[in-house]
Ligand binder design. Structure first.
Ligand code: SF4
Ligand code: SF4
Length: 478
């Protein structure tokens, strides 16, 4: 058997070998270029949507909330513009999650981890925090010097301003988040008058500090160590995925300008990388495909009068074969391939099925629970009575009157203290509410079998829904 000995590092005390490398703080340098502008654009749109969406109104009718996107935890409903989901429709959330996952797989197969590089909240907020940091403490070298230097008044002031602004952004993030869970204008008025109750306050504080910690301190550590997506992304790439790659054939041997390949070993691509890696070492799991190194290298190539694209989005296939230039890149990428067709097909099936289900779903539901204790009672006139709890979900925003009936031709039904005994009874349910009724069903005793199928139906002139239950009749042995 092979024995593996792990030798502790010389500076480590014997028996205390750490399995984790100490974090090296990253100081990403400022960069400008097409991809940086694209990232600013994504950041502006996504942050704008995040802060504005809770204020968008959507008229649903009297009594209904008029907030376009609302997670109504009190009434356990989710509103998204014209869509309104009830707890019974939780499968739509499963469908949405499935669609989101499939969409992510599809995009990753085509363009690598662009979600991570451009649209993931961790990236967007980290970018914003870094922007503030650069404005207060300066670019990479200045920040490094400031951190390494002594605690002067200048350093303390800058740090205080930076952390205050970070906390303010965190507060705005947490503040906006709670607006998705309650009527935003009402909650805002509560905030201004200091009448906020515990749950929104808790979430605001929690999100303020989690944003502050994640975007201010954890940063690339979240992408590298905490997010599982970084680990299984490799399974989604193929040799045709467009990922940020270094053109080794053109760049090596690196060195002084004009003496070897096109890479002058200036390290600009490493300096701007938000995860601190050197893309020239090949594809690495830390890379979030943000292409800031592309912008950095393109700027160097421009200065040297060389063609752009030493680092660029390219496929593994092209990188290895060296068969494409930047100009004909899109002609050489196979966007349509079995994997992308497969994802697109499933996305379409799930998406259209969900949409069809949403558009055609009934606007009412009936649910019946039969009382089990006792299973039945025998009345003084010899009839047998069974009791049921009936729930009727009124998914419309109008008052509805439902006529309840059963499929039994003999016997009567009634709701104690509300209706008299009859073959059918009317019940009312408020808009957007669930009506709960205790329904008693009486039938003359028959010597037939103990369990008789019973269908309870609720209907209006427009809607109808039924529930199959049973009626228990005493048998000889009962
Ligand atoms: S920025 Fe370009 S030239 Fe500079 S080290 Fe990176 S790959 Fe080489
Ligand atoms: S290597 Fe380039 S693309 Fe990858 S994370 Fe760093 S800067 Fe972004």
């Amino acid at each position: 058997m092979t024995q593996i000995n792990i030798e502790p590092h010389q500076s480590e005390p014997q028996g205390l070998l750490s399995l984790f490398e100490k974090r090296k703080k990253i100081y990403p340098a400022r960069v400008s270029g097409n991809f940086r502008r694209l990232k600013w654009g994504f950041m502006a749109v996504l942050l704008g949507l995040y802060y504005i969406l809770p204020w968008v109104r959507w008229e649903r009718g009297e009594g209904a909330p008029d907030q376009a996107i609302l997670v109504d935890t009190i009434n356990r409903k989710f509103y998204f513009f014209f869509i309104e989901l009830w707890p019974q429709e939780v499968y739509y959330f499963t469908g949405l999650l499935l669609l989101a996952a499939l969409g992510l797989f599809f995009i990753t197969t085509l363009f690598g981890r662009v979600w991570c590089g451009y649209a993931c909240p961790q990236t967007v907020w980290t970018d914003l925090f870094q922007l503030i940091e650069r404005r207060i403490e300066g670019d990479r070298i200045k920040r490094q010097r400031l951190d390494a230097g002594p605690w002067t008044i200048n350093k303390v002031t800058r740090k205080i301003i930076k952390h205050t602004l970070w906390l303010l952004v965190g507060l705005c993030t947490g503040g906006a988040w709670v607006f998705y869970f309650q009527d935003a204008p009402t909650l805002w008025a509560d905030m201004l008058s200091g009448q906020l109750y515990f749950i929104p306050t808790f979430w605001m504080i929690f999100l303020t500090f989690s944003t502050y910690l994640m975007a201010g301190f954890a940063r690339e550590q979240v992408c590298t160590y905490m997010c599982p997506y970084a680990r299984f992304q490799g399974a989604m790439f193929d040799e045709e995925s467009l990922i940020v790659s270094y053109d080794k054939t053109r760049g090596e041997p690196r060195g002084k300008a004009g003496e070897g390949g096109d890479c002058i070993d200036c390290n600009r691509c490493v300096a701007v990388c938000p995860t601190g890696i050197d893309i020239r070492n090949g594809q690495q799991y830390q890379c979030i495909n943000c292409a800031l190194c592309v912008d950095a290298c393109n700027a160097i190539m421009d200065k040297l009068g060389q063609a752009r694209g030493l680092i660029r989005y390219n496929t593994f296939h092209n990188t290895v074969s060296g068969s494409s230039s930047l100009k004909n890149l899109f002609k050489t990428v196979r966007f349509i391939r079995p994997r992308t067709i497969f994802y697109l097909a499933i996305i379409n099936v799930v998406g259209w099925t969900m949409l069809y289900g949403l558009l055609t779903r009934p606007l009412m539901d009936i649910n019946v629970i039969r009382a089990r204790n006792p299973l039945f009672i025998t009345l003084s006139n010899g009839d047998i009575r069974n009791a049921y709890t009936v729930h009727i979900v009124n998914k419309t925003w109008q008052h509805q009157t439902y006529t309840l009936s059963t499929n039994h031709t003999t016997g009567t039904i009634f709701i104690p203290d509300v209706t008299g005994k009859a073959h059918q009874v009317d019940v009312s349910v408020k808009p957007g509410k669930v009506g709960t009724f205790r329904l008693l069903v009486d039938r003359p005793y028959t010597q037939s079998s103990g369990t008789i199928p019973l269908t309870i139906t609720a209907k209006t002139p427009k809607f109808e829904d039924s529930y199959n239950s049973t009626f228990i009749m005493p048998t000889e042995t009962n």
